[in-house]
Design a protein around this ligand. Structure first.
Ligand SMILES: Cc1cc2nc3c(=O)[nH]c(=O)nc-3n(C[C@H](O)[C@H](O)[C@H](O)COP(=O)(O)OP(=O)(O)OC[C@H]3O[C@@H](n4cnc5c(N)ncnc54)[C@H](O)[C@@H]3O)c2cc1C
Length: 327
């Protein structure tokens, strides 16, 4: 069967699902923080887990490619867009009881952090101003300032393509910027529970506000970017001759910032068309306004090649690619 008839069948089926809003030919550049990317054949949004699960089953049945998108702050969509169905889970309620929070995956992480701080609950305040949804934060184990969301997650409810399941913290198999969900593409997080500690709300507010101010300077809210492009590197995974070049002060919690190496291969200020590397941060790539995914991908490849050539190891993207990037 060719892709086209499958997609048409899938679209008809999707339009019949109650609670699913279906649009055709949606420009994905408007749904990503980079402001880059061509159209998706179909965009389907729902705040109902059952409608979402039915949509995934239908895509599978018709072999229609699908991709789960959050708020688009950590993806690069190809210039040709996505031939298939982009699915978004938009439920966004956050509930609070005692020292516990429960959040739908579609809530913004910033709203979750604010709820915790307002409730004098410690554990999420260092994640202040990390953009994106709670679902993606769990998927990628988002974190900053030495802490990550995995420290607070108690359980996660998700759809594995066949059934809805729930796992506890250990079952999430969290790791640095990763989890069970990241290793299983197409799984969908619906909701999670978090256990926090009671603390002084004023102190938490100060920590969150201070971090927000620093982050707004580094990543101005209007900047079209994905935060850091590359993951930091575990010292234990680096060749010994490379580690010997790294000063003690550049090692934190067993990791070296990839910006350290990118800086040394001259990344700061490099550009390709409308895509620029910040002159103050070698791991921050942004779109000046008219950049393309091809330019972005090409600049990323050049940086990877420079690091491999000079240091003999690979830097790995934190950002996720959506669509076809074959030359
Ligand atoms: C200015 C800026 C600063 C940033 N700083 C940080 C930082 O300090 N620390 C950090 O960790 N990250 C940081 N990021 C990256 C980004 O904020 C996180 O990766 C965030 O969790 C992405 O959320 P999103 O909803 O935009 O996800 P998207 O970009 O839409 O998607 C990212 C991935 O998550 C998957 N996904 C989305 N929703 C779900 C779901 N419900 N279930 C399963 N999978 C899902 C998608 O399939 C995709 O693979 C930064 C980004 C920006 C733009």
């Amino acid at each position: 069967m060719s892709q086209q008839p499958n997609l048409r069948e899938a679209e008809l089926g999707l339009r019949a699902i109650e609670g699913l809003a279906v649009q055709r030919d949606v420009d994905l550049s408007g749904l990503t923080r980079f402001g880059i990317g061509g159209p998706a054949d179909i965009l389907a949004d729902t705040d109902q887990p059952e409608a979402f699960a039915t949509a995934v089953r239908l895509c599978r049945e018709h072999r229609a490619p699908y991709y789960v998108l959050g708020n688009g702050t950590n993806v690069i969509v190809s210039d040709a867009g996505f031939r298939g169905v982009i699915l978004r889970f938009t439920a966004c309620s956050i509930d609070h009881a005692g020292a516990r929070l429960e959040s739908d995956a579609g809530a913004s992480l910033e709203a979750l952090v604010d709820t915790a701080v307002e409730a004098s609950l410690k554990g999420l305040e260092t994640l202040a101003r990390i953009p994106g949804s709670v679902g993606a934060a769990v998927y990628g184990n988002a974190g900053a300032y030495g802490h990550s969301i995995s420290e607070s997650v108690e359980w996660v409810r998700f759809f594995d393509g066949e059934t809805v399941r729930q796992v506890d913290n250990a079952g999430c198999e969290f790791e640095y910027r990763g989890s069970l969900f990241k290793r299983n593409k197409g799984w969908m997080i619906f909701r999670c529970g978090l256990a926090l500690d009671l603390a002084d709300g004023k102190e938490l507010r100060k920590i969150a506000d201070d971090i927000t101010a620093v982050r707004d300077e580094k990543f101005p809210p209007s900047m079209r970017c994905a935060g850091s492009i590359f993951k930091n590197l575990h010292v234990k995974d680096l060749p010994p001759e490379v580690v010997s070049e790294v000063p003690e002060r550049a090692i934190r919690e067993g990791k070296v910032a990839s910006a350290f190496f990118l800086d040394r291969v001259g990344a700061k200020g490099m550009r390709r068309g409308g895509i620029v590397i910040a002159d103050y941060h070698a791991n921050l790539i942004y779109n000046e306004g008219d950049g393309t995914a091809a330019e972005l991908r090409s600049l990323i490849s050049e940086l990877k090649a420079k690091i491999a050539e000079r240091y003999g190891f690979e830097v790995e993207e934190e950002v996720q690619y959506v669509g076809d990037f074959s030359p």
